[in-house]
Write a protein that binds this ligand. Structure first.
Ligand code: NAD
Length: 478
């Protein structure tokens, strides 16, 4: 299947750079996508600016209507999107369904916020002088570049695209070259949603061919990037050359804290979800598990049993709880982390290798390490695979100190039936989102992003919208 990888100014086009899209469950070719390069970015940016005048001048209500139509389109093509997401990424069908639901909820949420923009525009500003009057306007920041990774492709796109369109920005989207298929389908839905030509443009391609020229283009007002810290640094450096705004959603090394009063069964279930959902390929993976000393032996025994029960395999059987890693590179990276962990002296509790019954595909069994040295890469670096490190802690203070001892600060989970203690610990954690006794549920209303090197800015909620707005005050002498 050969697919056009460019949607520019309302027209599908074949770019000059073929991308081979692989099914990670069987290593077979899924599609050949004809992506672009700097010339395509140039055309897409020009088309976006040509559309900007009219789109930025449209009312919030008009933009809300388009966003709702996109949400409806996603709902109607749900099955197809689930199929593409699961085939291309390898995630179990049930997880892909959650992704599609998240996309729908995000477009609907930002439709609501877009609706509210008209009433809030030109609001009066109270001044300490009767000689002047002032009003506040929120205006779209211009043409924006959206660069997304492969782990939650459509979701990450929706978190950027919906608020950007709601704000009145025009967009050049660069999906991951590893997982462009769901975004191509989404682009088809957007193309039918009544958006004026040029408002939404998509350029598939590699980071070098498309991401670099997009981040460097002086006409792009802002880059919203989700991906690795190494690339985040490069994006920021290029953006700095033209003083471009950046929003960055980067890596994590988050903790799940099992406090002394925890329900052990719940703790084990949430530890598995936090470590193995999406095969652990989550910036928010709670890959450090810190367990109150008194519970530790029992917790470890139960975690081993539960982890070994996880059924690993391809997405469409309905039986499998965990799929493969996304590609050969990620598979090798995670194997490398496991090998380095063993060399560092960490003890392998379970997993650590390819499941014996899966000779093909990028599968790694869910893996648990104990006795992990605190200065090892396994403890300190993001693994981005199904690998948990578990450690006993003497008390709450030690748990918080270990959780906060990281260059990242994206999320955390706290498990305890003592809700006063759980809330106290949540307040002490350096993380943008903390769950208590809950799986990693994400609502469009709550912000996404973290402390320290995990993020610059926040997505979702009103913060996700204001990331694409400029503030203007008009002050007039009376
Ligand atoms: P990546 O950084 O390799 O790539 C991300 C995107 O950037 C891709 O579209 C890629 O093509 C593009 N890119 C690559 N080089 C570029 C360059 N020089 N200039 C501009 N763009 C370039 O990340 P990945 O491997 O796709 O995804 C995994 C990473 O993403 C992990 O580190 C993970 O923590 C992070 N992530 C963070 C969040 C979050 O919300 N904080 C969410 C998902 C993933």
């Amino acid at each position: 299947m050969k697919l056009p990888g460019l949607f520019i100014d309302g027209v599908w086009q074949h770019g000059s750079h073929p991308l081979m899209v692989i099914n990670p469950s069987n290593e077979q070719l899924l599609a050949e996508v004809h992506g672009g390069d700097g010339a395509a970015v140039d055309r897409a940016t020009a088309a976006a600016w040509a559309a900007f005048g009219a789109w930025s001048g449209s009312s919030g209500a008009e933009r809300a209507k388009v966003l709702r139509t996109i949400a409806e389109g996603v709902e109607q093509r749900r099955e197809r999107l689930v199929f593409l997401q699961a085939s291309n990424n390898g995630k179990p069908q049930a997880e892909a369904q959650m992704d599609v639901d998240d996309v729908i909820a995000t477009f609907r949420y930002y439709a609501e916020l877009a609706d509210g923009l008209d009433a809030g525009q030109d609001s009066a500003v109270a001044l300490p002088s009767d000689d002047f009057v002032a009003r506040l306007r929120r205006e779209p920041c211009g043409v924006v570049g959206l660069i997304v990774p492969w782990n939650f492709p459509m979701v990450t796109t929706a978190w950027k695209l919906a608020p950007a369109l709601a704000a009145g920005c025009c967009v050049v989207l660069k999906p991951s070259e590893v997982t462009p298929l769901a975004e191509l389908e989404l682009a088809g839905i957007i193309a039918e949603a009544g958006l004026p030509e040029g408002v939404f443009n998509l350029v598939c391609g590699t980071g070098i061919a498309v991401g670099v020229p997009l981040a460097a283009d002086p006409r792009i007002a802002k880059i919203s990037f989700t991906g690795s810290n190494a690339v985040g640094v490069q994006v920021m450096q290029r953006a700095a050359e033209t003083i471009k705004g950046v929003s960055l959603e980067l890596g994590g090394k988050s903790s799940l804290l099992v406090l002394a009063e925890a329900d052990l069964e719940l703790a084990v279930e949430l530890a598995c979800l936090g470590g193995f959902f999406n095969a652990g390929q989550m910036c928010s993976a709670t890959s450090r598990v810190l367990v109150a000393e008194a519970l530790y032996p029992d917790f470890i025994a139960r975690l081993k049993t539960r982890t070994e029960m996880i059924r690993v395999g391809e997405p469409f059987t309905g039986e499998h709880e965990m799929g493969p890693l996304v590609n050969a590179l990620q598979y090798q990276r995670v194997q490398g982390h496991i090998a380095a962990g063993l060399e560092s002296g960490a003890r392998l509790l379970c997993g650590g290798a390819r499941p014996l019954d899966l000779p093909c595909g990028y599968f790694i069994s869910p893996t648990v390490f104990t006795d992990v040295p605190l200065d090892s890469a396994l403890w300190r670096q993001e693994i981005f695979g199904p690998v948990l490190c578990v450690r006993p802690v003497a008390n709450e203070a030690e748990a918080v100190a270990l959780a906060n001892d990281s260059e990242f600060g994206l999320v955390a989970s706290v498990i305890s039936n003592d809700l006063v203690a759980a809330e106290r610990v949540a307040n002490a954690l350096q993380a943008g989102l903390v769950w208590i006794n809950a799986p990693q549920v994400i609502f469009p209303q709550t912000a996404w992003g973290g402390y320290k090197q995990s993020s610059i800015g926040r997505e979702l909620g009103p913060w996700g919208l204001s990331a694409f707005q400029e503030i203007k005050h008009v002050v007039r002498a009376v």
